[in-house]
Ligand binder design. Structure first.
Ligand code: IVH
Length: 716
């Protein structure tokens, strides 16, 4: 199709200008304010679009374009440091084909000569730092800044315990500075035994924050704010927190932020050993006291590199720090220097980027859903967005306090995150894009299902619909009663329960045993056969074991484990009904909270009448005569329990493990079979489980484990 070239070019020119302005704004938000407005993937996309347009239209390229720059302007509060050699960025490969294309380019540049081996490393998600040592003493720490000139943050760097202020084997006094020599002109090998302390040394690496430190820090912020009666500033992710922490005026602030460091490059050294490759350089730096990442490996060929890249990608959620890619480097320092760099990045390295786990989208509304036990949970309705491998349209906001602390509002552009199998979460709003007329979201006063007032008790995060007759709760109680772990009524299902409740056929669980099947047959879609199946299934449920019936009643504090404990302690429901709080407290694993909950449930007239109706319908309210001993499904296995659970106390869980032949120690070790994780688990246990590869299982999987001794399929 013929095209008006001029108008096409001006259209392209407009887009280029637009992209340059937008990227410059994001650069400032990321590098200067440590408060990015968009996820890295969106930024990468904009930069790639601009670079592609500039390649296609060289007449429109400019030295001032963000594609020609590294980083962004410096913060004026810090003294500036001119880097001895530019602190470059890395070119990205977004898939295996782009990695292969990089390799092809290497071969072309080397005229078919082999590039030698490749170093493969994690691309740590923190911020780059350059460290200068004179006679083994740290004399300067600088951020990357715009790549040529960075910020002097020596005072803060000194507070990071991973960064040596004095190298192993360093003399105590400072010597005079010597002439800088690039790595390829390193002096001849000296015969002194290791470690050989260089006269002058520049090392580069990444300052980052561990995930556990990040969580602990956010928790601390929350506690401090609660104590002061102020609103906590939630930090969005470890990277920005690390960057913000390092670029503090006061070193005391940095010192309180538990930052970590890995070195990934020897920039130059005078008076060190002869080094031929990157790997040997890192090995030497390790002997001088620098932390080097344990996952670094060297490979002879690209296919091996690709296998390692896949392996590392799968480790993404198993470590206590974030990495957003994998860096592949030509190992040979001579070949590195032959390949050189362009304005932005070296040609001898490439960053294989992992798929984004964060994306931005519009939060169209905040709604409240009512759970089966009346819990009112706010959730975000989102413009569907593809993130972490799935399309996300809704995300829970957990409770009123979470909405308030994140301050997300309908109409906001929000950052959505989905890492691994974790459920999607709204990280926070992009404040720069907030509509002018927006106001904080207010939790509704009434239940969206029954219209009755919602209640939130003091000191509790959750809001509830407390109307016993709320149709959602009626359905919830019946669904629970008919569930697989309770009375196991086949063919009932949520849809039928919903229809029968709406039709007024079901009001409570005892109505199941008085269902008017003729009425059901008159309802559209019900055939004789399916109704008979249902009738039969309900009939069969009458003889379920006592523990199943107790669990099915949904007594507060009584989950499957406690129901089994109760059924073992009393021969019938009538006996439990008569038991005093003292008698209930005396049950092993029962605390007073559980005992009081059971006692008051059975003291309530409405519940006693329900039991009468169930008995009248022919249900077994008694324990089976041949009460079998508990099977030793966990013989000699060690299962650690952490956090709080809906259905049982931690004590009862431990009791259940012990009675099945297992052990339940207070801490995780290599030999732990599983860590059972409830709400607010201990950070140390979780971190250890991750480190040792111990599977972490939830309440449901725990119940299955007790019964079968088997872990859920797919757990590590
Ligand atoms: S090598 C000449 N190795 O990624 C560039 N960089 O996007 C030398 N990074 O600024 C960089 N892990 O801050 C290298 N193992 C690693 C890295 C790494 C993280 C960062 C680094 C750099 C950025 C480039």
């Amino acid at each position: 199709m013929p095209q008006d070239t001029n108008s096409h070019i001006s259209e392209v020119g407009r887009r280029i200008n637009q992209l340059r302005a937008e990227i410059a704004r994001h650069n400032r938000a990321y590098h200067v304010l440590d408060n990015p407005e968009v996820p890295d993937a969106t930024y990468d996309q904009l930069k790639r679009e601009l670079a592609d347009l500039e390649v296609a239209h060289p007449e429109l390229s400019a030295d001032t374009s963000p594609t020609q720059q590294v980083g962004a302007p410096r913060n004026e509060a810090f003294a500036s440091v001119t880097h001895t050699s530019a602190m470059l960025s890395l070119h990205n490969a977004f898939d295996i084909n782009e990695l292969r294309a990089w390799h092809e380019r290497l071969l072309r540049r080397l005229d078919g000569r082999s590039p030698g081996s490749f170093a493969v490393e994690l691309k740590l998600d923190g911020l780059a730092i350059s460290l200068l040592y004179e006679d083994g003493l740290l004399v300067q720490g600088a951020t990357r800044g715009d790549g040529k000139v960075g910020e002097d943050v020596t005072h803060n760097v000194c507070t990071i315990s991973d960064i040596p202020t004095q190298l192993v084997g360093a003399p105590k006094q400072l010597g005079p500075p010597t002439q800088l020599v690039p790595p390829t002109q390193l002096g001849p090998p000296t015969q002194l035994g290791p470690p050989q302390v260089p006269k002058l040394l520049e090392v580069r690496g990444e300052v980052y924050m561990k995930l556990s430190s990040f969580e602990a820090f956010n928790e601390l912020q929350q506690k401090r704010a609660e104590a002061d009666g102020t609103k906590a500033k939630r930090f969005v992710n470890p990277r920005n927190t690390a960057a913000g922490s390092l670029r503090q005026i006061s070193a005391d602030v940095t010192a309180g932020r538990d930052l970590s460091f890995y070195c990934y490059q020897l920039s130059f050294a005078t008076g060190g050993p002869q080094l031929d490759d990157h790997t040997s350089a890192l090995k030497w730096l390790k002997t001088l006291g620098f932390p080097v990442n344990d996952h670094n490996r060297v490979f002879a060929s690209l296919p091996e590199v690709e296998t390692r890249v896949k392996e590392l990608a799968e480790m993404r959620h198993t470590l206590d720090y974030d990495f957003d890619g994998i860096v592949v480097k030509v190992n040979d320092l001579q070949i590195q220097s032959e390949l050189g760099a362009d304005a932005k990045a070296p040609r001898w390295a490439i960053a294989y980027k992992l798929p984004p786990e964060e994306a931005t989208t519009t939060l169209t509304d905040i709604s409240v859903s009512i759970g089966p036990s009346g819990q009112a949970t706010p959730f975000a309705q989102l413009e569907p967005v593809f993130v972490g491998g799935v399309t996300v349209g809704t995300a829970t906001l957990h409770n009123e306090d979470q909405v308030r602390s994140k301050d997300v509002r309908p109409g906001d552009t929000v950052i959505v995150r989905r890492a691994g199998d974790v459920i999607p979460e709204v990280v926070g709003p992009v404040l720069a894009d907030r509509p002018a007329n927006s106001s904080p979201w207010v939790f509704p006063r009434n239940c969206p299902v029954c219209g009755e007032p919602l209640a939130r008790h003091e000191g509790v995060a959750a809001t509830h619909c407390v109307n016993f007759d709320c149709p959602r709760q009626i359905r919830g109680r019946i669904e629970h009663f008919a569930g697989r772990n309770a009375m196991d009524i086949e063919f009932l299902g949520e849809k039928n329960v919903d229809r029968f409740v709406t039709a007024g056929l079901l009001n409570d669980v005892s109505d199941l045993y008085r269902l008017d099947f003729d009425k059901i047959l008159e309802m559209p879609g019900y055939l004789e056969k399916s109704v008979n199946n249902l009738r039969e299934a309900i009939e069969q449920s009458k003889s379920r074991p006592l523990a199943n019936l107790i669990f099915g009643l949904r007594i507060p504090e009584i989950g499957q484990v406690n129901a089994a404990v109760l059924a073992a302690a009393f021969p019938s429901i009538r006996q439990i009904m008569k038991a005093s709080v003292e008698a209930l407290t005396a049950i092993e694993g029962f605390g007073s909270v559980t005992a009081v909950a059971v006692h008051s449930w059975f003291a309530t007239t409405r519940n006693r009448e329900l039991i009468d109706r169930l008995e009248a319908s022919g249900l077994t309210l008694e324990a089976e005569q041949s009460a079998t001993t508990v099977p030793r499904t966990l013989a000699n296995a060690s299962v650690v329990v952490s956090g709080t659970f809906d259905g049982f106390t931690r004590e009862a869980a431990k009791q259940a493990i012990l009675s099945r032949g297992g052990k339940s120690p207070g801490s995780v070790s290599k030999s732990t079979l599983a860590l059972v994780v409830g709400a607010s688990p201990g950070a140390a246990k979780v971190t250890k489980a991750e480190a040792f590869g111990v599977p972490m299982i939830d309440e449901n999987a725990f119940v299955d484990l007790l019964a079968s001794g088997e872990l859920p399929k797919g757990s590590r």
